[in-house]
Ligand binder design. Structure first.
Ligand SMILES: Cc1ncc(C[n+]2csc(CCOP(=O)(O)OP(=O)(O)O)c2C)c(N)n1
Ligand SMILES: [Mg+2]
Length: 322
């Protein structure tokens, strides 16, 4: 499979998983709040394809795609979202606490901007140990409004740390459009202010995202320090849950119509089609993805809930090792 085909497949997987999660939330079977990234799939797919398995990933509340693209186990994610003992956080975290240390996924945390400095810490550790590992922080435009973002960029630039700051700018922080929160549309300029390179990328073009991430990773591994990528995109669903949130702000319906035309999966598919990939091949890959998603849902449904007696396990570190 070519790199572009595997990126297309990853985007299809992320969307199929999230479409299914949306259905299960609407049906009341999933109770945990779920923030869907439908429309934004090119960013996790493109960035993670530039990483090695032992590079670390740090995410936020909208991180299903980050987890999957970095190699996180789909069944363990679905079980986590169902609150089951087989979940990647043993059913205690839900959709917003996905973790898989074996794949370098050390934390997705719903406190906005909280994992940006953690990625800087991981990059400092990698630099001190001389491992060559890179750390990636995924965060939204809302997180770029927070002080953590600026402190992290400054420190990473000062110490020339191997870290990628990936801002997924979907133009909204909950229901607040960027223009209601910032005087200027200038997140990418924060890079220059703090002394690191910054680039605005078409976040709905998976090959553009991949190219920008590869360059940033190369710089980081060469000891040249951090990069900020501001990937422009748009989420098709509302802030949380499956609804489209069309009543949020007067611009949303028009914007959504425009951004639907820039569907990252359709764009990638059109390129692959022009290169000769047959409709039958697309259909068989899509069917395999659907089967994979249904197998994960069955696994989650059949898994046991955590036992009541373990309620306080894994909450505090115990000297007895419980
Ligand atoms: C420190 C903190 N402040 C506020 C919130 C409430 N909150 C949750 S998600 C969110 C919006 C974040 O927007 P953005 O960073 O652009 O990410 P997006 O939801 O667009 O992916 C806010 C304000 C929070 N979780 N943490
Ligand atoms: Mg946002």
């Amino acid at each position: 499979m070519s790199i572009e085909q595997s990126l297309w497949r990853m985007m299809v997987l992320i969307r199929a998983v999230e479409d299914r999660i949306g259905e299960l939330v609407a049906a009341g079977e999933i109770k945990t709040p779920c923030h869907l990234s439908i429309g934004q799939e090119a960013i996790p797919a493109g960035v993670c394809a530039a990483l090695q398995p032992d590079d670390s990933l740090w995410g936020g509340h909208r991180s299903h795609g980050h987890y999957l693209a970095k190699g996180g186990d789909l069944r363990a994610m679905m079980a986590e979202i169902f609150g089951k003992a087989t979940g990647c956080a043993r059913g205690r975290g839900g959709s917003m606490h996905l973790v898989d240390p074996a794949q370098g996924i050390f934390g997705t945390v719903p406190l906005v901007a909280a994992t940006i400095p953690l990625a800087v810490g991981a990059a400092l550790s990698a630099k001190l140990r001389g491992t060559g590992q890179v750390a990636v922080a995924f965060f939204g435009d809302g997180a770029a409004d927070e002080g953590h973002f600026h402190e992290s960029l400054n420190l990473a630039a000062l110490y020339r740390l191997p870290v990628l700051f990936v801002c997924e700018n979907n133009l909204y922080s909950t229901h607040l459009a960027m223009k209601e929160r910032r005087v200027k549309d200038n997140i990418v300029e924060s890079a220059g202010l703090h002394g690191l390179p910054g680039e605005r990328v078409d976040g709905n073009d998976v090959m553009a995202v991949l190219g920008a991430a590869q360059q940033a990773v190369q710089r980081a591994r060469a000891g040249e320090g951090p990069t900020l990528l501001e990937c422009r995109t748009y989420r098709w669903r509302g802030h949380v849950g499956p609804a489209a949130d069309l009543e949020v702000g007067e611009d949303r319906r028009r914007e959504l119509d425009e951004w639907l035309q820039r569907d990252p999966i359709a764009r990638c598919r059109a390129r692959l089609r022009a290169e000769g990939l047959s409709s039958e091949r697309f259909e068989s890959l899509e069917a395999a993805v659907r089967d994979e998603v249904e197998a994960a849902v069955s696994f989650a449904r059949q898994s046991p809930a955590p036992d009541d007696s373990e309620l306080l396990h894994h909450v505090y570190v115990s000297r007895r090792g419980v």
